[in-house]
Write a protein that binds this ligand. Sequence first.
Ligand SMILES: Nc1ncnc2c1ncn2[C@@H]1O[C@H](COP(=O)(O)OP(=O)(O)OP(=O)(O)O)[C@@H](O)[C@H]1O
Ligand SMILES: [Mg+2]
Length: 233
Amino acid sequence: MLELRGVRAGYGAINVLWDVELAFASGKLTTIIGPNGAGKTTLLRAIMGQIPLGAGQIYLDGARIDGTSTSRMAALGVGMIPEGRMVFRDMRVEDNLLLGAYSVRDRPGIAARLEDAYTRFPRLRQRRAQLAGSLSGGEAQMLAMARGLMAEPRLLLIDEPSLGLAPVVVQEVFTQLAQQKAQGRTIVLVEQNTRRAIDIADHVYVMQAGRVILSRPASEVQLDEVHRLYFAR
Ligand SMILES: Nc1ncnc2c1ncn2[C@@H]1O[C@H](COP(=O)(O)OP(=O)(O)OP(=O)(O)O)[C@@H](O)[C@H]1O
Ligand SMILES: [Mg+2]
């Protein structure tokens, strides 16, 4: 569905990604794991058009899309839930959700999506009129996920959704991801929780220092091998 070929990208004069080759298959969950600073978030930003490529190409369903603006990526069906569970703290929960559907034109469709979000995340329904800034960390992550899903992306990129959450909330995050996967959504999951990420994934990439150092079907990945790669240089 999405393919990167020889991608380089970074920030100004500093290059971070080095000749990255990746493919995300339709309907599958691909996980990208790797230590802090490996370039995982930079990779997602490059895909979303938030930073320009220094080299290489990105293809969506065979069509070249690098250079596409971030807002246009939503129209192409690609959505990202960024790291750090960013919500608009001084807006109500429901208005945060509605922002996720800003590109959707038909009003009945939006109402149905809102209802879907509340069915999927009942706690958000209870808190719908509350300011997002008053949510707990776990609730804020649920809101960030629900908002990302409001656009109903065909391809969902999600950056470290379980970071810093209590085990019970981590469980809920992975349950939601499993449900999304079962519904056929194509998912790219960046995670530090390597065991859970590999468990839920179809394909695993390991990144280190801006390069892909392992690409393998999840069923063939050994956790201790991955952990050894983390510390190797
Ligand atoms: N806005 C920025 N300007 C300059 N350098 C940046 C910027 N954002 C990230 N970097 C650098 O790019 C490199 C990769 O960072 P990135 O955030 O992509 O890593 P990551 O794999 O997502 O790490 P983490 O697991 O900590 O989120 C790091 O060396 C980082 O310092
Ligand atoms: Mg990151």
